[in-house]
Design a protein around this ligand. Sequence first.
Ligand SMILES: C[S@@+](CC[C@H](N)C(=O)[O-])C[C@H]1O[C@@H](n2cnc3c(N)ncnc32)[C@H](O)[C@@H]1O
Length: 269
Amino acid sequence: MAEQRASENTVLTEDPNEVTTCPLRPVAAVNDAEPFLREADAAMNFGGIRSSTVMDVGCGTGNSSYALAAIFPNINHVIGVDIEEWCLAIARQNCPPKSGNCDIFQFIKGNIETGEGLFQFRGIRHIISIHCFSCLKRQKKAFEMVHTLLCPGGGAAFLFAVQMDYYNLLGDLLDHPKWGQYMKDKEDIIPESHEKQYDENYYRKLLTEIGFEIHTCKTEETFSSYPNAGNLQKWVLASLPFRQSLPSSLLSRVPRRATNVAQEACSRK
Ligand SMILES: C[S@@+](CC[C@H](N)C(=O)[O-])C[C@H]1O[C@@H](n2cnc3c(N)ncnc32)[C@H](O)[C@@H]1O
């Protein structure tokens, strides 16, 4: 198992065109999927087995499921699971040519916190999850569900951000009196792992208590680059979970706050 701690470097200025190498990492980035999957495979060996089936929990629009099959051509069945039907609809239409046989993919609606839609797969041998667990409010329940679904001797690998400077920005906005009235509860937006600064020791203990035997459990610091501050600001605006409910007068202040939080993050490095 591996978790990921995301954070950032470098300095941004108010000039939206200034070139920079840094900040705030996209939640759905899959560019770290390949090294993670290779490391997971070294422990679980799903890629080397002919006819293996792998479940991808929180598959989103299918990027992680397709990446999995492209990296390990021996896999002959990928079950992508997501709670959002709209993501699954895109995933079903998205099969890229490099993934080989599109018939091996099955995209299923399911909830890893409650098990809804998933009990039919009880006894599965391999489960992976890429950047989904950071979105979960009830992580412990979800880990327990993965344990329930696995067959004896089966394995799971999880990659997710435990802390992100992006969440500092959201927390900063949520704490502001003018913003609070337009937003949902903070706990719905900021993951517990970020708020409580969980590290690998927390997850090692939690997973051992659930009944997992830990192969690897580690946090790593990673950095993302944006071509310029304007690009970063656009990403932050697009990904704000409550943007529809904010009046434009408040929304227009987000880019500057995003830049400031990024600068604070960079100056800590
Ligand atoms: C950041 S996306 C990651 C998508 C994909 N794994 C990737 O790497 O591109 C996280 C996904 O987890 C899904 N998700 C959130 N809560 C879930 C739950 N309880 N059960 C299943 N999927 C969930 C979201 O709908 C979202 O599509």
